[in-house]
Design a protein around this ligand. Structure first.
Ligand code: URA
Ligand code: ZN
Length: 364
């Protein structure tokens, strides 16, 4: 059974040029003392303070041969690549549709260089008009290696419970494409303390802001009835659904006890978080612990959890040779193996790759 990585990012060369040309976040900048390029993308880095340092960025982000080398080092057979955050979200409305088209063509051509080893989630021009977004969604299935789209949580700037997204969900459902929902925006940095948590590096926004952002976005989709309207819509959640597997019970309880929702007739005939987790949501296995992975498997089912790495983010802090295995990857491999019993090899193989091959049709 192949090993498939469904959570693995790229910044194609043209996107790197865009980041290098910018003077506001998101951008890439070489700063002293190392003078090697660093990426500033997160809202918590905006505007960069005198102490903010960004994160190192090198060819592992834009040179696809480095992705293949990383795959070989970790015995990964197939990767479903996606543009990393913040995607095309920040582009002026007038540039977004053309940029998405160029970028997605480029991703498809990149996959074609390694037939059978690479597939992709396309990027959407979320700052463009709904017509332009829908038109890109409808164009993607015509491209050999595209298997869905990657999306952040901002929607058309008002979040994913915005009714103006109805046509977008309808087009995604109709074309049978998986939405890879990924965080970027986090929480307001004030929640991390007077300095915005900067004294703790990127720990708070990445470990907590990201998963909470995903949890809130999906909860808003649920509350606004997205899955009541689009019952065939499939969404793959980054980081094992944030905290959703753990909080789904509390979410359902708060809904069942909400007088406003009752008065407005919103409690009748609604699909529950449990139903959606089992039928519409796929969870990646990027959670770094057996406990988290078991929760993901418990709520979504072992056939709906999919291995991922988040490459090229979270590299080893000290390099000990090109062929070194990454701690961020081995931790997730171990969590998957430990979460299942000795007689459950089929489930392990499913999470490692079989589920992805089946659900994303990874055959050419
Ligand atoms: N940091 C990011 O900005 N994105 C990721 O996907 C992971 C870490
Ligand atoms: Zn990621």
């Amino acid at each position: 059974m192949p090993i498939v990585d469904i959570h693995t990012h790229v910044y194609p060369p043209s996107y790197m040029e865009l980041l290098e040309s910018r003077s506001t976040v998101p951008y890439v900048r070489s700063t002293p003392p190392t003078n090697s390029p660093r990426v500033f993308i997160l809202p918590s880095e905006d505007p960069p303070s005198t102490t903010s340092t960004g994160r190192p960025i090198g060819p592992e982000y834009y040179d696809i041969s480095q992705k293949i080398a990383f795959m070989d080092t970790h015995n990964i057979d197939i990767s479903v690549i996606s543009l990393a955050n913040p995607w095309l979200d920040f582009l002026p409305s007038s540039d977004a549709a053309a940029a998405a088209e160029t970028l997605n063509n480029d991703l498809n051509t990149t996959c074609d260089r390694y037939p059978g080893r690479l597939f992709a989630f396309g990027a959407l021009p979320m700052s463009a008009s709904v017509e332009e977004i829908v038109s890109e969604i409808k164009r993607l299935p015509g491209m050999k290696y595209m298997r869905g789209v990657v999306m952040g949580t901002s929607g058309l700037e008002k979040g994913l419970d915005d009714e103006r997204l109805n046509e977008v969900w309808a087009a995604l459902e109709e074309t049978g494409q998986t939405v890879f929902l990924h965080p970027h925006y986090g929480l307001p940095k004030e929640v991390y303390g007077p300095t915005g948590g900067e004294e703790y590096g990127f720990v708070l926004p990445l470990a907590l802001g990201f998963p909470l952002e995903t949890t809130i976005a999906v909860s808003r989709m649920l509350l606004s009835g997205v899955w009541d309207r689009y019952q065939g819509l499939n969404v793959l959640l980054a980081h094992s659904g944030g905290t959703l597997p753990f909080l789904a019970g509390r979410l359902e309880s708060c809904i069942a006890h909400d007088g406003k929702l009752l008065r407005e007739g919103k409690l009748a005939n609604r699909r529950t978080a449990w139903d959606i987790l089992q039928n519409n949501i796929l969870l990646d296995a990027v959670v770094y612990s057996e406990v988290g992975l078991k929760a993901a498997v418990d709520v979504a089912g072992a056939d709906r959890v999919l291995f991922g790495t988040d490459h090229p983010f979270f590299p080893p802090l000290e390099k000990n040779g090109e062929k070194e295995k990454w701690l961020s990857v081995t931790t997730n491999f171990k969590a998957i193996k430990d979460a299942f019993g000795p007689g459950e090899m089929e489930k392990v193989e499913g999470v490692l790759g079989g589920n992805a091959v089946k659900l994303l049709r990874l055959e050419i």
